[in-house]
Write a protein that binds this ligand. Structure first.
Ligand SMILES: [Zn+2]
Length: 236
């Protein structure tokens, strides 16, 4: 397929998905029938190495830190007590470094939760899950936690990146429930999700892989919606 065909063929969808993202409704907890006692918030990779320092830090991703901290405070005030932090905590010889430059190594500042979350008064009551891949469901203890909390049937997923760890986590939660015939809601507030941008020229200069942030953010939000994940504009 020629490039011009790909662009022409995609134009209608891209206009649609842009309008869809812009029109995503804000959802109020009460109206959306989200019950704090049976809900959990999972924040993925809202750590310094993706927000502010190191080779994978992104100003786009940094913009979701404040909305996420605000949402955590709001949910805590409403009585939600299950807040899980799934965070990259790599060893120096991580296999994943074959695909991405070394990042978020255990014990470094990059692997630390961002200050806006660390400074929340209930930070010490959050559960940290260390991960070594972009899939929070693999070798992290997440599945064990879920099996120990059968009353939790609603998962709110926030963090980065829209098309990588956030997508993988939301899809894991959705698909594992589908496979086991579990009634489960997976909710993604779009204002608490973001991904990084790397243009074709910048990637060539750095020896990296191009990553159009705006395009992938939109398409993957829509892809989650396609799979039955509830994507809302924000959660209030
Ligand atoms: Zn990683």
């Amino acid at each position: 397929m020629k490039t011009s065909h790909l662009i022409d063929d995609s134009r209608e969808y891209l206009e649609f998905v842009q309008n869809w993202v812009e029109a995503l409704p804000a959802a109020r907890m009460q109206d959306a029938k989200i019950h704090p006692a049976s809900s959990a918030l999972i924040s993925v990779d809202v750590i310094k190495g993706f927000c502010s320092i190191g080779p994978l830090a992104s100003p786009r991703v940094n913009t979701i830190v404040e909305p996420i901290a605000r949402l955590m405070r709001r949910l805590w005030d409403l009585g939600l007590r299950h807040i899980l932090l799934s965070q990259d905590t790599h060893e120096p010889d991580a296999v994943e470094f074959g695909a991405f430059p070394p990042h978020c190594v255990r014990g470094t500042e990059e692997a630390e939760t961002v200050d806006a979350i660390q400074s929340l008064p209930f930070f010490d009551q959050m559960l940290l899950l260390e991960k070594n891949s972009i899939q929070s469901g693999l070798n992290t203890g997440l599945e064990q936690w879920i099996s120990q909390h059968p009353e939790v049937d609603t998962f709110i997923v926030v963090g980065d990146c829209t098309d990588l760890c956030t997508y993988q986590l939301a899809m894991h939660l959705r698909l594992s429930a589908n496979a086991s015939q579990l009634q489960r809601r997976v909710i993604v507030p779009a204002d608490c999700v973001q991904t990084y941008d790397m243009g074709v020229a910048a990637a060539a200069a750095l020896g990296g892989v191009p990553h159009p942030g705006e395009l992938l953010h939109h398409v993957f939000l829509h892809h989650m919606h396609l799979n039955g994940i509830e994507v809302v504009g924000s959660l209030e």
